[in-house]
Design a protein around this ligand. Structure first.
Ligand code: NAP
Ligand code: FE
Length: 368
């Protein structure tokens, strides 16, 4: 047996973890709080963070210009704002988008590079230290060394990796997700599930990581009924955040695979949320990989209580109004973009561009 496991984040989980750990927010003299327009406020997270900072006598400024699927321009603006105000650490508050943006801003504040150079180039200087406070239960970004950014010049989303963008501390309080509407709860929960699933089936999976991924899949399975019945009570919120937490820890080790590579175009070109884009691909992903890895897929089906992949596919299409309809040319373009993503190489079965094309056609083909 040979494996590694790297999780250098000080993880704090449970109701009241921000207020109960104010001292851990003392990472510098002045913080740049990175958030979206509303979520930090309506979730209640921002007020707790500001209280922690002021009780330490730490200064702060707020940059709330992050939209879903953050692009290079918004992180560049955030970094300019942070640099010109002399901030020395980042507090990212919100869903995966503000947390990923906070990581990119942390890197740009300390490295004099073009934002596009975040992708694929090594950072010369350490990014500013990051604290992450999630308000969705989905991406697990608070526990990963990745930041996913929208790159208009490449017509896709790309992630950048650095071991130094692991947050120093993460505060996962399920109460911050109480204000999430049902549709976002569902989509983000599906994202968390795909992290667990793809990590468990990844070529890079390890015995230790499998334990984490399976525990997360079990937690998600316990939410299946409340999700279906739209009865999301406090206990469900806690389990979803736990599943998301384990999903983040799992992909921090293995990365994602085919679902994420294929989902990006559905978000970039068709505006489906990240979790929804992934959810639409789960059934075909399982069918494509089944022969290579039947034992693990049977195990997932058993834990979730599905009799077969068809039943799972129906569950993961819950809440979907309409599938996209793609032309043949679009299927070709999306397939090319997906196979260019690095993470697709960790798929259990080798994936060719033609395989991806066929899956897009089967799922969404037919438009003229
Ligand atoms: P998000 O884009 O951060 O947020 C989606 C929507 O939910 C926004 O409108 C946001 O409002 C709102 N929202 C967030 N928390 C809320 C709350 N508590 N109450 C009410 N509304 C709330 O969604 P996400 O799914 O968490 O993040 C998606 C991004 O993360 C994608 O770009 C994806 O590629 C990336 N991702 C990263 C990793 C990683 O490891 N780094 C892994 C998976 C996915 P505001 O606009 O006001 O914020
Ligand atoms: Fe994801």
């Amino acid at each position: 047996m040979k494996f590694g496991f790297n999780m250098p984040v000080d993880l704090n989980f449970g109701a009241g973890v921000v207020s109960g750990n104010k001292g851990k927010f003392d990472l510098g003299k002045k913080a740049l709080i990175v958030s979206g327009k509303n979520s930090a406020r309506i979730s209640g997270a921002l007020v707790d963070v500001l209280d922690a900072l002021t009780s330490n006598g730490t200064g702060y400024i707020v940059y709330d210009g992050i939209r879903s699927n953050p692009d290079l321009e918004s992180v560049s603006k955030g970094a300019d704002y942070g640099r010109s105000n002399g901030v020395d650490f980042i507090v990212a508050v919100g869903g995966g988008s503000p947390i990923d943006a906070g990581k990119a801003i942390a890197a740009l504040c300390s490295n004099d590079i073009e934002p596009i150079d975040l992708i694929g180039k090594k950072l010369n200087e350490r990014p500013l230290p990051i604290i992450a406070v999630p308000t969705t239960a989905g991406t697990g970004s608070e526990l990963t060394p990745y930041s996913v950014l929208t790159i208009p010049s490449m017509k896709t989303k790309k992630s950048f990796y650095s071991p130094f963008i692991f947050p120093v501390s993460a505060f996962l309080d399920p109460c911050y997700t109480y204000s999430l509407p049902y549709a976002i709860t569902l989509d983000t929960a599906f994202d968390a599930f795909t992290h667990l699933l793809e990590s468990y089936l990844s070529l890079r999976s390890t015995p230790l990581n499998d334990i984490i991924a399976l525990a997360g899949i079990r937690a998600f399975a316990e939410c299946r009924q409340p999700i279906s019945e739209k009865l999301i009570i406090a206990e469900t919120r806690e389990k979803l955040m736990y599943a998301s937490c384990l999903g983040g820890m799992a992909i921090a080790q293995t990365g994602t695979t085919m679902i994420h590579s294929m989902g990006y175009s559905l978000t970039y070109f068709r505006n489906y949320s990240h979790g929804r884009a992934n959810a639409m691909l789960i059934g075909e992903y399982l069918r494509f990989n089944y022969d290579r890895i039947p034992g693990k897929i049977d195990m997932v089906m058993k834990i979730l209580g599905f009799k077969d992949i068809d039943e799972a596919e129906v569950f993961f299409s819950m809440g979907l109004d309409e599938k996209p309809r793609l032309s043949d040319e679009e299927c070709r373009t999306y397939a090319k973009l997906a196979t260019e993503q690095a993470n697709i190489r960790q798929n259990p079965r080798r994936v060719e561009e033609e395989d991806v094309y066929k899956i897009y056609v089967r799922l969404f083909g037919g438009a003229r």
